[in-house]
Design a binder for this molecule. Sequence first.
Ligand SMILES: [Zn+2]
Length: 108
Amino acid sequence: MTDDRSLDELPDQVFVALGRRGMEGILLKECAYCDGIELSLTDVNTDPPEIAGKGVEEVIADWNVKCDKCNRAFTIRCKVRYHDNEKMDTMVNIIEDTGKDLGWLGSY
Ligand SMILES: [Zn+2]
């Protein structure tokens, strides 16, 4: 299912609100374990696969990647919210290969 999917679809940075200090950008395509920044896409799972296009909907897209440097796998989990088919925001969590959720990384 990776035929037409690419990590290029994800932004380079996600943002964390720092209150009055504004927003801080964090590199998204960075290894969860080492300082590697070359990631390979293994597959993408979207749940649900399609949206109805009405009202508020939430889609979880799991981008399963592997670090080219340390060879470990992890998941970039994007929780995308739509309102009437328009993307509102996306929250990104990082999930380790053990299934452990490293928590909220940022939004875009
Ligand atoms: Zn790595």
